[in-house]
Ligand binder design. Structure first.
Ligand SMILES: [Fe+2]
Length: 260
């Protein structure tokens, strides 16, 4: 076991554990870091579809006022990169096989004045649950970081009850999605994603034949990667040795981020 970036990691395999996968860009003692740990009652692949479908931001996260982007995706040495082009979209996001995502978030009016960078691990628990472990890092230090922490404490103090309870109320029809105002619910993004995924049932069942479109390019790619790897596993063939790209953050910075 090892504590790293405020989380506890454990190696559950046989024999000697492999080298611990460090994330040097996140690892600075003064950066502002926020953690998220939550258990979601839906299948791992439901969240994977959601994360790969960047176009859902335009509809599910309406408060950002982004249009539907043009989405393309390609396999990388770490998993897949998703490129999104459109109003409000400025940088790629990454899926790391088998179960991690990294993305950047732009500065917000009235909030942080820098891009933040996040990594989320999604761990299957059983067919009907997955657990989320996330870090969100803002590369600020000193007084600037202290000011930002204070701002965030005030923002989170507005949450009057657990965000998951709010999402369950909407799914159960006790609240309307129209009641969800960004100023009242600092965790609105999580609430919206939870509703979009959990309302499909523990294992998403499609009421209609699925028809993937162009904006589902990343969904389609990652499903093919998983199918290829699981087919190889079942046949006893070697699996792809995934590796987080060294250039990951350079690419994000070049496309609009400001982490040096
Ligand atoms: Fe979302």
């Amino acid at each position: 076991m090892r504590e790293y970036l405020g989380l506890i990691f454990a190696y559950l395999g046989d024999g000697e554990p492999p080298a611990f996968p460090l994330l040097p860009e996140f690892d600075h003692p003064e950066y502002v870091i926020k953690h998220e740990v939550s258990l979601w009652p839906c299948n791992y692949f439901t969240q994977l579809d959601n994360s790969m479908d960047q176009a859902h931001t335009a509809i599910v996260h309406w408060q950002f006022q982004r249009g539907v982007p043009t989405v393309s995706a390609e396999e990388t040495e770490g998993g897949a990169v998703v490129n999104v082009v459109g109003p409000g979209y400025r940088n790629p996001s990454y899926f790391m096989m088998p179960n991690a995502h990294e993305w950047g978030s732009p500065p917000r009016l009235g909030g942080k004045n820098k891009w933040s960078y996040a990594r989320g691990w999604r761990v299957p628990v059983d067919d009907e649950h997955h657990c989320r472990f996330g870090i969100d890092v803002v590369p600020m230090t000193g007084e600037e970081a202290d000011r930002y922490r204070q701002q965030q404490a005030e923002r989170w103090a507005r949450a009057t009850r657990p965000w998951m309870d709010v999402a369950e109320d909407v799914i159960a029809g006790r609240m309307s999605p129209r009641d969800l105002k960004p100023e009242d619910y600092p965790d609105l993004v999580n609430i919206q994603d939870y509703i979009a995924q959990v309302a499909l049932g523990p294992i998403a069942r499609q009421p209609f034949p699925e028809r993937l479109g162009r904006s589902d390019a990343a969904v389609s790619l990652v499903r093919k990667i998983w199918e290829r790897e699981l087919t190889a596993l079942a046949a006893g063939r070697p699996l792809t040795k995934w590796r987080r790209p060294d250039t990951l953050w350079t690419e994000i910075s070049a496309s609009g981020g400001d982490l040096q």
